[in-house]
Design a protein around this ligand. Structure first.
Ligand SMILES: [Zn+2]
Length: 240
């Protein structure tokens, strides 16, 4: 290529994608957009905030000119996704994160089988859901309504990252962790067929999923779940 030579500097937050060369000089082809150039260096545009060229902000459609100095900033936190209520779609690898978001009352669709990138992207677009994934190829798909890279492989850190990044409204214990349906209060009689004898005797407060019918009560795993909820809520009161 013998197009313009430009200088690109990535913010430290993006170092995961450009570990060896956060700052580099490269020759572009004179027709590709800045967004394309950045993506071709391995950085998903979902993770990119402002693009600043010689002190002024430009859109990803900007075509770099000779000797331009480009600063690539990270997305601002909390990130606002205008145009629809905040809701998510998680890929097959993020099942634990999906259940935890639902536990906190965050609208979270999840595909427990691998339906493929085109189908996921189409669902994100159709339902206006923010696609969460660790798959950079998926996050490059143009059909996505919006997307975000999940930085950690640990569910605790993943949850903290998503809450910090998007600051969703939290409404714990209102959604089915199995199917994302909304819960309603239920009587013992309504859920009796799902209870073992011990449960029948020990509990009086029940909820039931309005979609799949699953019964909920403060059972064996409740302390563990309570800890997840408490941590999320305390993070919120500390302002992130
Ligand atoms: Zn359900």
């Amino acid at each position: 290529m013998n197009g313009p030579e430009i200088h690109v500097e990535f913010a430290p937050e993006l170092s995961l994608f450009v570990p060896r060369e956060p700052r580099r000089t490269l020759v572009t082809d004179g027709v590709s957009t800045l967004g394309h150039v950045i993506e071709s260096l391995g950085v998903p545009l979902t993770e990119v905030g402002a693009l600043v060229v010689d002190g002024r902000t430009v859109p990803p459609s900007h075509i770099p000119g000779p000797a331009e100095r480009v600063a690539v900033r990270p997305v601002e936190r909390p990130q606002r996704v205008p145009g629809a209520p905040l809701r998510f779609l998680l890929d097959v690898h993020l099942g634990t994160l999906a259940r935890r978001l639902r536990l906190l009352g965050v609208d979270t669709a999840y595909e427990s089988t691998d339906i493929g990138d085109p189908a996921l992207a189409a669902r994100s677009a159709a339902e206006k859901r923010v696609m969460l994934s660790r798959d950079r190829g998926l996050l490059r798909r143009r059909e996505l309504w919006a997307g975000a890279f999940v930085y950690s492989t640990r569910p605790d850190d993943q949850l903290q990252d998503v809450l910090d990044r998007f600051a969703p409204d939290l409404c714990p214990w209102t959604r089915c962790t199995a199917c994302n349906g909304l819960l309603k209060e239920a009587t013992k009689a309504e859920v009796a067929d799902q209870l073992k004898d011990g449960t029948q005797r020990s509990y009086d407060v029940f909820a039931q999923c309005t979609d799949c019918g699953r019964a909920y009560w403060k059972g064996a795993h409740h302390d563990q779940l309570e800890a997840v909820v408490e941590r999320a809520l305390s993070m919120r009161t500390q302002g992130g």
